[in-house]
Design a protein around this ligand. Sequence first.
Ligand code: NAP
Length: 276
Amino acid sequence: MNESLKLAAVIGHPISHSKSPKMHGYWLEQNKINGHYIPLSISPDDFRRLVPELAKMGFVGANVTIPHKLSALEIATKVSDRAQLIGAANTLTFGIDGEIYADNTDGYGFITNIKTTCRDWAASDGPSLVLGAGGAARAVLSALLDDGALQIFITNRTRSKAESLKRDFGDRITVIDWADISKNLDGLNTLINTTSLGMVGKDKMDLDLKNLSSQTLVTDIVYTPLETELLKIASTKGCRTVDGLGMLIYQGIPGFEKWFGKTPIVTPELREILLK
Ligand code: NAP
């Protein structure tokens, strides 16, 4: 190690499944930066004690994943507006004098992924329907509202969680019943799956999508498999589709920029590496 070596990490528990080390490693190499990005498995009991120590060991920042996204917000000395609104952080930057800046870049990753794939799309073009009301849904709502969405329908198997999101995000959100999804597909600008349905090892996505219009852009934040059942059906209906891998990639950019001072590039080669 030498003085100019910069270290960053992704912290989770467990962490071996994370694709972030491959992604940041690729960007470090592309940009010829003297740095390393490593996976760190830290238990919930140790998180609050160990993470502030990382700065003293030469770490410039860290991504944070399950189960630490709430604790990351709590140990921060400064929190971005979007992390505050979402109620969780996924990106920490360590400053001088022990400062810990917490941000949430999931919503940025979500919206940048769609806009890069479909350049003429905007959340303000028409109503969106969000399936799910978990942690990822909060980031998606915040990004849609930020992009000017005027009407967002949200539905969740457990309706009370969708109601709670409406309370937090305001009047532009309308809750509909999970059983009524098929009645609310007509005229949508965007359909977004933020549930774990359709993910390898999880329950199957089993919705009645016959009323889906070919004008609707359909995106799934699940990326294993890359083409989920939802995206397959949407494609057969003639809809534009956006897969979830780009969200994972773009959410990593703000952290990399802050820690290493360069804007990394998203290439087809990077997508291939992450899919291996
Ligand atoms: P979470 O907080 O655990 O929320 C899970 C959501 O899925 C809840 O809305 C839950 O509904 C719903 N759900 C689970 N099983 C269901 C079923 N059988 N029927 C109907 N709804 C069901 O998880 P999360 O953090 O929001 O993540 C959700 C998914 O997004 C995961 O697959 C995750 O890997 C993916 N994700 C991708 C990215 C990316 O970068 N592409 C980023 C974040 C997350 P209930 O409330 O009723 O349980």
